[in-house]
Design a protein around this ligand. Structure first.
Ligand code: PMP
Length: 437
């Protein structure tokens, strides 16, 4: 064999792990108390391999970002070609590049017809910063500067920046940073546990809150079509159309955070199609480029343009409109389309949900839920629930399956290319460890 011996593998793995612990602060980690890293170095489809050569079925595709799966040569080629031609030039003001123009055209073809323009970003947090500022600016420019309040939801996740974190309704992520951006009002988490009838109460709360604050002080409502980090929670069926009706009546803009739900994850190009809702702004990232390179896009609808037309939008980050990101995104969208991955998300998602649903018979499983390839298994072990969920994550990983504990919920979002055998293997491992959680 020409490959490194098992022993060299192990030595390199150990040295890298020690070095990681001594040098890197990981996102979402404890400073000064690093954990043993899982150092990944190769991927193919729904599989990834670590530096010791151990294989894992990727049950989350990282952080939901990879619908087309790992190791796609077409995407490597798209990036390399663009880097060789023109690696980057800023898009500020009147500068532009062909991949961005082509991608904007493509996104507007795929999006609901009320979407009119695209603002490119590097990811989801930046997208939500952009959406919140744009919604406020639109009203300001239309002569209503007092319309600045943003309605958000408990359990919502919109990112880690000043505005996007302020709109994130997860307490553990907000603590310790002093005052966050003011002007955010939180509504209840839209969660109908085991189909409980809660929509009327959720809708009544929105009406009351708007009444109390005054519609003429509210700029926008921001929400994920399906809560992601907040536990993979699909909304009650008539929630979104009813929310939209209220917002329209009061002149409040609707920002849909589709960072997870767009590009096939729930069986459509955009999640809003599934829920019959027409947002004013759609925020995307992740699946747009399958994470091969950081890329996001904010789609801006006609109502926002009507309000904001002629306003100076002095906002933008250096790498917005990155030609390499745009070239990769175009190639990624081609794969999603060519391989029929949107329909596949629905079909395999239903298979996975059916396979996991029997876990609800266990006393310590509160709910198994999901839509498309966004699924969650919520545990209930009282005060020990988050630790129990983390334990499932750790034991599944030891058995070669990557799942993620998000609070009390084990979240699943495999690449859409995962095959039936991999899905069944994942189900077996997860079922075993949830049963003993
Ligand atoms: N919105 C949602 C719904 C997300 O799930 C995430 C990331 N998990 C973000 C925004 C933030 O995106 P990013 O990490 O790319 O900034």
């Amino acid at each position: 064999s020409t490959g490194p011996s098992g022993r060299e593998h192990d030595d390199r793995a150990r040295r890298l792990a020690e070095l990681d612990v001594r040098t890197v602060i990981h996102p979402h980690s404890v400073i000064g108390a690093p954990e043993e890293p899982l150092i990944l170095e190769r991927g193919d489809g729904a599989m990834v391999w670590d530096v010791t050569g151990k294989a894992y079925i990727d049950g989350t595709c990282g952080l939901w970002q990879c619908p087309v799966g790992h190791g796609r040569p077409e995407l490597a080629e798209a990036a390399a070609e663009q880097i060789a031609k023109l690696e980057f030039y800023s898009s500020f003001g009147d500068y532009s590049n062909e991949p961005s123009i082509r991608l904007a055209e493509r996104l507007l073809e795929l999006a609901p017809p009320t979407m009119r323009r695209v603002f490119f970003t590097n990811g989801g947090s930046e997208g939500n910063e952009t959406a919140i500022k744009l919604a406020r600016l639109a009203h300001h420019h239309a002569g209503r500067p007092e319309r600045s309040v943003i309605l958000a939801r408990t359990g919502g996740y919109h990112g880690m920046g000043g505005g996007s974190l302020a709109a994130t309704g997860i307490d553990r992520l907000r603590a310790g940073y002093g005052p966050l951006m003011p002007g955010i009002e939180f509504l209840a988490k839209p969660h109908a546990v085991r189909g409980a009838d809660v929509t009327d109460a959720l809708i009544a709360e929105i009406e009351e809150r708007i009444e109390r604050i005054g519609a003429d002080r509210i700029a926008a409502f921001v929400g994920e079509p399906v809560l992601g980090v907040g536990g993979m929670v699909p909304p009650p069926p008539d929630y979104w159309p009813r929310v939209q009706e209220i917002l329209r009546r009061h002149g409040i803009l609707l920002i849909l955070d589709e960072v997870v739900t767009a590009f096939g994850r729930i069986g459509h190009w955009f999640g809003c199609e599934r829920y019959d809702v027409e947002p004013d702004i759609i925020v995307t990232a992740k699946g747009l480029s399958s994470g091969y390179i950081p890329m996001g896009a904010v789609l801006v609808g006609e109502r926002v343009l009507d309000l904001a037309g002629g306003a100076a939008f002095l906002h933008g980050f250096t790498y917005n409109g990155h030609p390499v990101g745009a070239a990769v995104a175009l190639a990624n969208i081609d794969i999603l389309e060519r391989e029929g991955l949107l329909a596949r998300a629905d079909r395999l998602g239903r298979r996975l949900l059916d396979a996991l649903k029997p876990l609800e018979r266990l006393d310590h499983v509160l709910e198994v839920r999901g839509v498309g390839m966004m699924l969650g298994v919520e545990l209930d072990r009282g005060p020990d629930t988050a630790a129990a969920a983390a334990g499932v994550q750790a034991r599944a990983r030891a058995d070669g399956v990557i799942v993620r504990a998000s609070g009390n919920t084990i979240v699943l979002s495999p690449p859409l290319v995962i095959d039936e055998q991999q899905l069944d293997a994942l189900t077996r491992v997860l079922t075993e460890h949830v049963a003993t959680a």
